[in-house]
Design a protein around this ligand. Sequence first.
Ligand SMILES: NC(=O)c1ccc[n+]([C@@H]2O[C@H](COP(=O)([O-])OP(=O)(O)OC[C@H]3O[C@@H](n4cnc5c(N)ncnc54)[C@H](OP(=O)(O)O)[C@@H]3O)[C@@H](O)[C@H]2O)c1
Length: 404
Amino acid sequence: MVAPRGRLRERPYRPERVLVTGASGYVGALIAARLLADGECALVLPVRAPSRETLIQRLKLELDAQGLAWEQAVPRVHILDWPGAGESGDGLAHWADQLEDSGVDTIVHCAGCLDYFDSASLELVNVQLTGDLIALGRRISARRFVYVSTAYSGGYRQDEIPETLLPEPECDPTEYTRTKRRAEWLVAESGLPWVVLRPSILIGESASGRYSGKRYGLYQQWMGLERLMTDRYHPVIHTVAPERPLNLVHQDSFQAAFSAALAWLPDAAVCNLVSENDSAPSMRDLWNLWIEVVRPEEIRYYPSFPSVNLRAIDIRQRAYLTFAQVNLEIGAHRWRFARGWIEALAARGLAFESATAASVLRCQERFVASSQVLARYRERFAERFPAHTRITEVEDHARTATAL
Ligand SMILES: NC(=O)c1ccc[n+]([C@@H]2O[C@H](COP(=O)([O-])OP(=O)(O)OC[C@H]3O[C@@H](n4cnc5c(N)ncnc54)[C@H](OP(=O)(O)O)[C@@H]3O)[C@@H](O)[C@H]2O)c1
């Protein structure tokens, strides 16, 4: 284990009024609900007007999961319209006037753009909006600025990702990781007391499998497969499924870790909010679980995306592979993360359940049980399901030309 820099605080940080950005989204709503469930602090939740209803619905859902009724929480919640990134033309300066005497002492910045292919929005939301919120933090003399980044912000590196700010890598998986890294640096150089949290990929709750996010990460894969490959039976499935560990974090473990990190991390801490490297399932493990759902006669595992002869395979499988390409490439890299802070927080009582193949199976089962499309598929093709699926490892040089 690489020890984190510094030590946990002697006394917990207790915010009084927290501004949480991104609460109409998945992670922001998880954070907002947890803050409300945790204690006495009040929340200010900026929201773009069209997303107000979504914010309320999401927050109700997550409060319910925390065992807290909306009516109980609502006196501590102040929802505030805001223009969001780049819309006000003055970097939120005018909008921020109303927060001057609001008593906000803490900013948790969670609004973000996750669209790998929209460079302009990535820059605007992940970099520029972070700069605007730092300016707000300075103006109100925030006591703590927490930035929700990503475990992949360091880009492709060969060594373990340390819990420090990261230099420019040789290459980035996407513009997303580059902009998140840039934002981390802005926060660290802001002059404010800051903390950076770097979650890996969020998935459903560890015990129930309940997932309340969008089609990101693993759910993008499952939903893609559900959408593209269930209208007929595919006797042979061609896919790329690297054996590298894929770091996933259960959303309830994320919430517990967020809460502990806010309370106990010292200023200027960067925390890789990730599961244990050694128990993380690989893409291959995840595909082996998925086989049990779709039950092909044969699955052909290719070592890399370029080794698949796309022209020779079924068009829907080609569509799936093309759409999953970036995530497959990221999954093929060997990612290892320092976990010093999570371990220090665990030693102090944090209950953090690392994601494993068994716990991901619970999430998959929940997903499958909620899918009418998959239920229809399993009913329709059950008689074609083999007792066992044959597994074929395709050699790198073999550009298999098996048309289905
Ligand atoms: N999901 C994960 O597995 C994961 C893992 C690691 C890190 N993260 C980080 O967590 C953060 C939130 O991710 P998420 O999964 O919760 O995404 P999400 O569900 O798509 O939510 C994104 C949030 O950002 C807000 N936002 C987007 N564009 C904006 C703009 N131009 N101006 C103001 N607000 C804007 C959205 O507001 P609207 O509702 O108005 O669009 C929404 O509240 C991101 O910063 C991401 O990097 C997520």
